[in-house]
Design a protein around this ligand. Structure first.
Ligand code: XUL
Length: 518
């Protein structure tokens, strides 16, 4: 059996697979906001002034303890787990002092992880991917390297606000002393992998590429980028290795507390999007995935590294082979939820109203949901922006249509640099069950939309990486675990409407960029 963990923005989930039987044995999930009100993070993070968004690494540790306890309480025998792998929300960084290594080796199973590791943090909160407070640092890094184009050539992305390098630079500039006392900077993924292994785990090429620090062609830390970011950084970063690399046998804390075998292997983790690529069976080129989570993302495997000329898209390492392209939209599920709440709708009503809404193209009524600063394209937080129509004077269905068509028209437009030949769209993430969303995507991308049988492609991808580390065959695992459900949502016959709609939407976004761009 193999255990995959998914440490995302709002929850930590576990999935246990049996590769011999081709079966999922158990799944469980711990929601941070619901389980840990003491962290004051109802959606898994704390936003403060000036775009600063952080989360507590101790909350992630409490969730790790709780999700494993829940599996045990369900009667799952964790001694059968041969290897554990995982994936974390990308870009989030954890800052640790010199006591971290020793504390990892002495974890006492009668106490909690958070209690024992609290004193090892040199920074109480972790900046996460939703943070948009580092534009100055991005500019400084680009200037120091020469241009944003050069940064993109070196690292696969222009200097990007939510990426880890600019965050590290800001920490160094604002808290030089705490930075000096930091002996290790982990990502969410490598931090949790280290805790499981009881020793520092490497960062993988998928998550490493989301830092603006890794050379995308050699998969090594790039000395120019490290220098442009902060002093002495090479001594503070873990090694870079492939996801699923053996780190150590699982720490005795987990053996004693949750009954893992002392032979169970703790592996290096990856980021949630690279793991999702694996779990969707899309790690070989040819399939495009849309993941609907706190952020919406679109990604696809890419044999060779190709960068986005507009500077919004990214190239990450693909944990199975080669590269993946990705674009991320910050106004994903939380934006849909905001509109749903504003209109007092249940998700069923949201779905029905949006499905029964006005004709394709929404009669030219366009919108962009900007409930948090958007990263693709870069637009300030400005609420529900429309092309001069007032949602108050329209039926709710018009607003819902404008919301969904706006989100996915933007996604289609911003994915053009990838030059994807889209035959099918594979949908995953919490909102993928929503039929109105699937229909909108099918119409805008003019392609059939398919869903995976399993709900968490990130956890599944991690469990698959664990199985691959023991020599399993990816194609066979994809056949057993990643078959899309037979039913597809087909596009309605609206290709002409949508090509003119997309042109209108592109013009609308240009205007928004003039007034709200940052
Ligand atoms: C990707 C990104 C988000 C996070 C969400 O670049 O920032 O999709 O990975 O967890």
């Amino acid at each position: 059996m193999y255990l995959g963990l998914d440490a995302s923005t709002q929850s930590l989930s576990a999935i246990l697979i049996d590769t011999a039987q081709g079966e999922i044995i158990a799944e469980d999930s711990v929601n941070f906001g619901a389980e840990f009100p003491e962290y004051d993070s109802p959606n898994g993070f704390i936003s403060s002034a000036e775009g600063v968004v952080t989360a507590s690494p101790l909350m992630w540790l409490d969730a790790l303890d709780l999700v494993l306890k829940r599996l045990c309480d369900k009667g799952i025998d964790l001694s059968k787990v041969r290897a554990v792998c995982g994936a974390g929300q990308q870009h989030a960084s954890v800052y640790l002092n010199s006591s971290f290594d020793g504390a990892l080796g002495r974890l006492d199973a009668t106490r909690s992880l958070s209690e024992q590791l609290a004193a090892t943090l040199s920074r109480a909160q972790s900046p996460i991917w939703m943070d948009s407070s580092t534009s100055e640092q991005c500019q400084q890094i680009s200037d120091s390297i020469g241009s944003s184009q050069k940064v993109s050539e070196l690292t696969g992305s222009v200097a990007t606000q939510r990426f880890t390098g600019p965050q590290i630079r800001k920490f160094y500039q604002e808290s030089a002393e705490a930075y000096a006392q930091t002996s290790k900077i982990h990502l969410n993924s490598s931090f949790l992998a280290s805790v499981l292994a009881g020793a520092n785990a490497p960062i993988d090429f998928g998550d490493g590429a989301g830092m603006n620090l890794m050379d995308i062609s050699s998969n090594e830390w790039n000395s120019q980028m490290l220098q442009a970011t902060a002093p002495d950084l090479s001594n503070k970063l873990p090694d870079l290795k492939n996801a699923g690399t053996y780190v150590a046998n699982i720490s005795s804390y987990f053996v004693k507390k949750y009954g893992f075998s002392s032979d169970c292997k703790a592996l290096s983790w990856t980021g949630d999007n690279p793991a999702s690529l694996v779990g969707m069976g899309a790690a070989s080129a040819g399939k495009v995935v849309i993941s609907l989570g706190t952020s919406d993302t679109l990604f696809a495997a890419m044999p060779e590294s190709k960068t986005d000329p507009n500077g919004f898209g990214h190239v990450f390492g693909n944990p199975v082979k080669g590269y993946m392209s990705l674009i991320c939209f910050a106004n994903g599920s939380l934006a849909r939820e905001t509109i749903k709440e504003q209109h007092n709708l249940s998700w069923e009503q949201f779905e029905q109203d949006a499905l029964a809404s006005s004709p394709l193209g929404n009669q030219g009524k366009l919108a962009a949901a900007l409930f948090t600063p958007e990263v693709t394209p870069r637009l300030q937080e400005a609420g529900f922006q429309t092309n001069q129509w007032d949602p108050q004077n329209e039926p709710v269905a018009t607003t819902l249509s404008a919301l969904l068509e706006g989100q996915f028209s933007n996604m289609k437009l911003q994915s053009e640099w990838m030059q994807l030949d889209i035959t099918d769209v594979l949908l995953t993430g919490g909102a993928s069950k929503n039929q109105a969303i699937a229909q909108t995507i099918a119409d805008i991308f003019q392609a059939p939309v398919k869903r995976l049988e399993v709900s968490s492609s990130v956890g599944l991808g991690s469990a698959i990486l664990a199985a691959l580390s023991e020599g399993a065959n990816y194609t066979e695992l994809v056949e057993s675990f990643c078959s899309p459900s037979p039913a597809a949502t087909l596009p309605q016959d609206g290709s002409e409407i949508y090509s003119s709609h997309l042109r209108d939407h592109a013009r609308f976004l240009d205007l928004l960029e003039d007034s709200l761009g940052y």
